[in-house]
Design a binder for this molecule. Structure first.
Ligand code: MF3
Ligand code: CO
Ligand code: CO
Length: 272
């Protein structure tokens, strides 16, 4: 495993790419309402990226063994865990959708996703979204030099399972920089004190996928879409995070980012 350490110039470039990735979601947000299709969301995001001068990292993306990914973003509705392909079915009141945006700016990748609630959603769906958001931030809160990757996974798993939710194991966070997916793999489950030690200048995503039912997943025939095997609801949030000398800096923040949970804002931010 070889984890790249970013220098000051690389960090500056990542700050920009990541802020832009977050701003795509900011600009998308006012358009989300019942009746919109995930293809509309895809087109809106493509327009925003064009105006920004960024490119989608997902369109045409083709890891070994996969067909080229056809969307500018991933749109994962209800029981879709991740990698949902934009389509022309209108979203309806009560649906939950993850929009996952990865942009390329000057050769650097910024990756983030948020959940959106369509109209009024069930208590169960709202609880899943909120707890998954907290789980992501609990993972982020572990990030500092000397901590280990297993500390992140453990914090997320313990919290999620403590709320009788389940953590998807087949997909994970990842190093990111001048490539979309770099080492290390950032598992969203694990044991404290295990795994690679974090060092300043590492940049990776934390992007837990949490299910209301069982953790098992299934891939659809399109070669991309991942759904829960039991068809229960699934949620995901994603940030790109830098390890700083004293803690962490969340790079995918912008004016419209949802505020961090109270347990983060109450503590002194680790990067301050
Ligand atoms: N953005 C996703 C991630 O967080 C990856 C999407 S790959 C795609 O890593 F091809 F499905 F778009
Ligand atoms: Co990612
Ligand atoms: Co992503």
């Amino acid at each position: 495993m070889s984890i790249t350490i970013k220098d000051e110039a690389g960090i500056a470039a990542m700050r920009q790419a990541c802020r832009l990735a977050s701003e795509v979601l900011d600009e998308l947000t006012p358009h989300i309402r019942p009746g919109i299709t995930t293809l509309d969301i895809d087109r809106l995001c493509a327009d925003i990226m064009r105006r920004q001068g960024t490119k989608s990292a997902t369109i045409g993306y083709q890891p070994a063994g996969y067909p080229p990914y056809p969307g500018h973003v991933c749109t994962s509705v209800n029981q879709v865990v991740c990698h949902g392909i934009p389509n022309d079915k209108p979203l309806k009141k009560g649906d939950i959708v993850n929009v996952d945006v990865t942009v390329i700016k000057d050769g650097w990748f910024g990756d983030n996703s948020r959940m959106f609630e369509i109209g009024e959603c069930s208590i169960a769906a709202r609880r899943l979204n909120a707890l998954t958001y907290e789980a992501m931030w609990l993972g982020i809160q572990q990030v500092r030099p000397g901590a280990r990757l297993g500390d992140i996974g453990h914090a997320i798993q313990k919290f999620a399972e403590g709320h009788r939710l389940s953590v998807v194991r087949e997909f994970c966070g990842h190093g990111i920089g001048q490539k979309f997916h770099e080492d290390p793999q950032v598992l969203h489950y694990g044991k404290p004190g295990t795994g690679e030690e974090l060092r300043p200048g590492m940049i990776f995503t934390i992007e837990p996928m949490i299910n209301l039912g069982r953790r098992e997943i299934k891939e659809l025939q399109d070669g991309w879409t991942i759904v829960t095997k039991d068809r229960s609801l699934s949620a995901q949030w994603e940030h790109t995070v830098l390890v700083t000398p004293t803690g962490y800096e969340v790079l995918t923040l912008s004016a419209g980012s949802p505020p961090p949970p109270a347990f983060i804002t109450a503590a002194a931010p680790a990067s301050a």
